[in-house]
Design a protein around this ligand. Structure first.
Ligand code: 3PG
Length: 398
């Protein structure tokens, strides 16, 4: 696909799709990671003399414009990070917006209101795509985290305007490609989280690609129960036992080694600092709840990682939001981070809780690449093609 080098920017109206779907509390952005990642693309477009028009969704509005989902407060946040003035248009299409765009000088920045305030966005309606396209000469997509949506501003525009990937999209695709499609082997994946049922496609795809599949989190309990082990009152998915056994068989056939915890930390209550102790995986008792992996498991996982060159990580090992049940996740994260710093391991992580867990472990900065994507990262792990990325590939310079 094409990148910013391949398109003319000077004097052009550049429609840049970003993902400003940031966590906001009382009008204040609480995590600016996604915003920081797109700043280089914005700066490049400004310095090359483009007129920068920012397109994004925010939240999931269902019935047109509403105050809870306006992008208005984001204009100040973008401006502060960019250190450059940012104007705001109260609609992403229409005459007033066209006039605001017509009045732009080279280097100006205009943020448009939430694209999802129009039904045509999610419907990827050609009429809405055409309205958006009136505002730009070039389309740049820098929103990997929303590339799993086939919407007008993520997919449709790439078919009607000259299109390319922005710098953060480019970095993301290069990192992900390096980790899973052309990895240095051995390659390991850590998959945690609560439910096997939500990660079936992901496990199925990963076992075909990785040498080691390390399973943690409450989903490991379902595997244990399926194997006839006692899991006490731990979270399990009873209707998934057969599926879990099939996954183990399929992994064997694919020559993928599954690594399940050897010992676990159990407590009687699901709360922070609940009295807890470590038991072997065959010693879990009726009143016990498995809340983390134990030290023997951490050692076994570290041993696997010591022999691997690439690691893809999605999902925490334990109830990381409750101290001290974050200890297993923290220990493995620290080991992986140290090996990354020593240039012995390439580490790519992403998807929902993962980033929060790794930041909490204090290693977020040390991993080779941390994706800011939630759903898009999961779909990529599932091996699905992402419409926003595919559209950039097929566009060959209209
Ligand atoms: C995200 O936050 O994962 C993206 O912005 C996509 O949002 P969506 O799930 O509402 O499409």
């Amino acid at each position: 696909f094409r990148t910013l080098e391949d398109v003319d920017i000077a004097g052009k109206r550049v429609l840049l799709r970003v993902d400003l779907n940031l966590p906001v509390e009382s009008g204040r952005v609480t995590d600016t990671t996604r915003l920081e990642r797109i700043i280089p693309t914005m700066r490049e477009i400004i310095s090359r003399g483009g007129k920068l028009i920012l397109l994004s969704h925010f939240g999931r509005p269902k019935n047109g414009p509403d105050e809870d989902n306006t992008l208005r407060p984001l204009a100040a946040a973008v401006s502060a990070h960019l250190d450059w003035p940012v104007s705001f248009a109260f609609d992403c299409i229409g005459e007033e917006t066209q006039e605001a765009v017509a009045a732009m000088q080279d280097g100006d920045v205009l943020l448009l209101e939430n694209t999802r305030f129009h039904k045509g966005e999610e419907a990827n309606d050609p009429a809405f795509v055409a309205e958006l396209a009136k505002l730009g000469d070039v389309y740049v997509n820098d929103g990997f985290s929303v590339a799993h949506r086939s919407h007008a501003s993520t997919e449709g525009l790439a078919h009607v305007l000259p299109a390319c990937a922005g710098r953060s999209m480019q970095a993301e695709l290069e990192a992900l490609n390096h980790a899973l499609d052309e990895p240095e082997r051995p390659l390991a994946a850590i998959v945690g989280g609560a439910k096997v049922s939500s990660k079936l496609a992901l496990l199925g795809n990963l076992m075909k690609k990785v040498d080691y599949l390390i399973i943690g989190g409450a989903m490991a309990n379902t595997f244990f129960a399926a194997q006839g082990r006692k899991v006490g009152k731990s979270l399990v998915e009873r209707n998934m036992y057969e599926t879990a056994l099939k996954i183990l068989d399929a992994a064997r056939d694919a020559h993928c080694q599954i690594v399940l915890p050897e010992d676990v930390v159990v407590a009687h209550d699901f709360k922070a600092h609940a009295p807890s102790h470590v038991v072997g995986i065959d010693m879990v008792e009726d009143g016990d709840m498995i809340l983390d992996i134990g030290p023997a498991s951490v050692a076994a996982i570290d041993k696997v990682l010591a022999g691997t060159k690439t690691l893809v990580w999605n999902g925490p090992f334990g109830a990381f939001e409750l101290s001290p049940f974050d200890a297993g996740t923290n220990a493995v994260a620290q080991f992986a981070a140290d090996r990354t710093s020593a240039n012995q391991l390439l580490t790519v992580a992403g998807g929902g809780d993962t980033v929060a867990a790794l930041n909490q472990a204090g290693v977020g900065e040390k991993f080779s690449y941390i994706s800011t994507a939630g759903g898009a990262f999961l779909e990529w792990l599932e091996g699905k093609s992402l419409p926003g990325v595919e559209a950039l590939r097929v566009n060959n310079g209209k």
